[in-house]
Design a protein around this ligand. Structure first.
Ligand SMILES: C[S@@+](CC[C@H](N)C(=O)[O-])C[C@H]1O[C@@H](n2cnc3c(N)ncnc32)[C@H](O)[C@@H]1O
Length: 341
């Protein structure tokens, strides 16, 4: 009886309110967002606030756009030799374990940049800075992150309409690139047709390719464009710097809110010119350890497991964690994570 009376009263109230344009609506709210709903309630019953609220929400929608995390693993348009896609869960776990959430993540040897892209996509920091010395690779990041809509569209159309033949590849790679979209396009094509995605001078082209599909076996134009569009949707959290990371360390290392993910060119098995993976593949590792040990913020470095790496880690006070990984040839290899809190 009491229940029925309350219901009748409530319906009367709703009827009265409806003459003022108010309607009852039910929404599903995550418990984490209940406080937000409480805050916003007074504005929702005031018709003068509608436009303001809408404008505000549209203004921030660019930064709140949900990222499909399932796609994050395949976010980079580059198939990069020594790429760290397999290490992303470990890197994210490390970021989440830090006592204080860093504001910035620097990836000074960006390459395919899967770590930085994944961290930015999942908003584990406010800003990710990618540094890359190879101008061909840096041009691609510059276009994706800083390019205008026109420039990005020019690149996307070139990719979508490219007829992958030997002659077309020769023409794309020998043309003197006069614009950012042309440079970025050449990088994408080269990365797709060279064995192992190797961009270093002297790298050979795939012949048979996967399933005997030759040059086309790694050419997925729609997927490539989709990934680049996805990165552009959160490019306000990304910065691309073309240059030598060593020149930038002194400017950046004092900042305590900056974390570092460092994956330098290194192969314990030696680096004869014949198996060069990168156009820029020689750095001073001792100097890198010294630079990283001076960073005010947390650092994670990754290296092949080799005695000289372990020795430098000990000398410069890095904790060492061994992570097993399966190579593309299905051999199990140990990678080292060197961590400074
Ligand atoms: C091991 S790869 C990085 C791979 C990357 N972590 C990924 O997942 O794709 C190293 C990269 O460092 C770049 N590099 C080499 N020397 C550099 C330098 N001094 N400053 C900035 N980048 C450099 C190389 O061109 C290469 O792209």
């Amino acid at each position: 009886m009491a229940d029925t009376t309350a219901l009748i009263r409530q319906n009367r109230r709703i009827n009265r309110l409806s003459s003022d344009g108010l309607r009852r609506s039910s929404v599903i709210v995550h418990q984490e967002c209940r406080a937000v709903l409480q805050e916003v309630r007074p504005y929702l019953v005031d018709p003068t606030q509608a436009e303001l609220l809408l404008g505000f929400l549209r203004g921030i929608s660019a930064t709140l756009q949900p990222i499909n995390v399932a796609q994050v693993a395949q976010l980079s348009p580059l198939r990069y030799p020594g790429g760290k896609t397999w290490l992303v869960p470990e890197i994210k776990a490390w970021m989440r374990s830090l006592q204080k959430r860093p504001r910035t993540l620097v990836e000074p040897f960006a390459g395919g940049a899967i770590a930085g892209l994944s961290i930015a996509a999942e908003r584990l920091v406010d800003e990710v800075i990618l540094i890359e010395r190879d101008p061909a690779v840096a041009a691609l990041w510059e276009l994706i992150i800083r390019g205008t809509e026109l420039e990005a569209d020019e690149l996307f159309q070139k990719i979508l309409h490219f007829d992958m033949t030997t002659e077309a590849v020769d023409a794309a790679l020998s043309a003197y690139a006069t614009s950012l979209p042309m440079k970025a396009f050449a990088t994408i094509v080269k990365n797709r047709v060279n064995r192992g995605g190797i961009l270093a001078p002297g790298a050979s082209r795939m012949k048979a390719g996967e399933n005997g599909k030759g040059l086309k076996s790694r050419w997925y134009p729609e997927t490539l464009v989709k990934r680049m569009r996805m990165i552009r949707s959160f490019r306000h959290r990304l910065q691309a710097i073309s240059g030598d990371a060593f020149d930038l360390f002194p400017m950046m290392r004092e900042e305590p809110d900056t974390a570092w993910f460092v994956d330098p060119p290194y192969t314990a098995s030696g680096k004869s010119a014949g198996n060069r993976l990168y156009a820029f593949n020689v750095i001073d590792h001792d100097q890198l350890f010294a630079e990283m040990s001076r960073c005010a913020g947390p650092v994670m470095m990754t290296y092949d497991d080799a005695p000289e790496v372990r020795a430098m880690a000990q000398e410069y006070g890095f904790a060492v964690k061994q992570v097993p990984m399966k190579t593309t040839h299905h051999e199990v290899k140990n990678e080292l994570l060197l961590i400074k809190a």
